[in-house]
Design a protein around this ligand. Structure first.
Ligand SMILES: CC(C)(COP(=O)(O)OP(=O)(O)OC[C@H]1O[C@@H](n2cnc3c(N)ncnc32)[C@H](O)[C@@H]1OP(=O)(O)O)[C@@H](O)C(=O)NCCC(=O)NCCS
Length: 149
């Protein structure tokens, strides 16, 4: 097995976002506002040359937290055929390493309720109550302070 995590272009994320996060919806729904900003970064997990997982980092704060350099994780997705093999964890680890390299101190995101347990295993915590994102479903706000180990 040959794998690597690489920086990818926004549109490279679409096939995986589409299958995992926007299945049955128009491909245009795979474009997120801010995808093309220079401050937004996308990473892909390649297994034997095939893209099987993606994660995106948007440099943006959240009113729930004090002003600090923060990134929001969006578009976190691993193909269903490749889930539960450590790929998601490797992508989040990559995101954390990247945030540290940019001197960011906080990662936050709106987690699908079904994925909360995954993030909790990596030390993220929920804040507040569950809320609904239209057309997507129930979510929790989650965060973690990123620090050098
Ligand atoms: C959530 C998701 C990104 C996790 O990726 P993954 O590659 O399957 O996760 P990993 O294999 O790296 O899992 C790491 C650990 O979390 C656990 N885990 C994975 N998904 C989980 C979930 N949904 N709930 C609870 N625990 C989970 C794994 O069992 C593993 O535990 P272990 O270390 O004790 O064995 C992936 O399942 C996915 O794309 N789901 C659909 C889309 C989605 O929900 N994206 C997140 C939107 S916020």
């Amino acid at each position: 097995m040959n794998y690597s995590i690489q920086k990818i272009a926004p549109f490279d994320t679409y096939p995986v976002r589409h299958l995992v996060l926007r299945f049955g919806k128009p491909i245009e729904t795979c474009h997120f506002n801010g995808d093309d900003l220079l401050t937004t970064h996308h990473f892909g997990y390649y297994l034997n040359g095939t893209l099987v997982g993606v994660i995106s980092l948007f440099e943006i704060g959240n009113d729930h937290f004090s002003k600090q350099k923060s990134y929001q994780i969006r578009g976190m997705a691993v193909l269903s055929s490749h889930q539960k093999q450590g790929i998601g964890e490797a992508l989040v680890q990559k995101a954390e390493d990247f945030c540290l390299s940019q001197n960011a101190t906080l990662i936050w995101f709106n987690a699908r309720t079904s994925a909360v347990g995954f993030y909790e295993k990596m030390g993220y915590v929920t804040i507040g109550s569950e809320f609904e994102i239209t057309d997507v479903g129930p979510h929790f706000l989650m965060y973690k302070a990123v620090t050098k180990k």
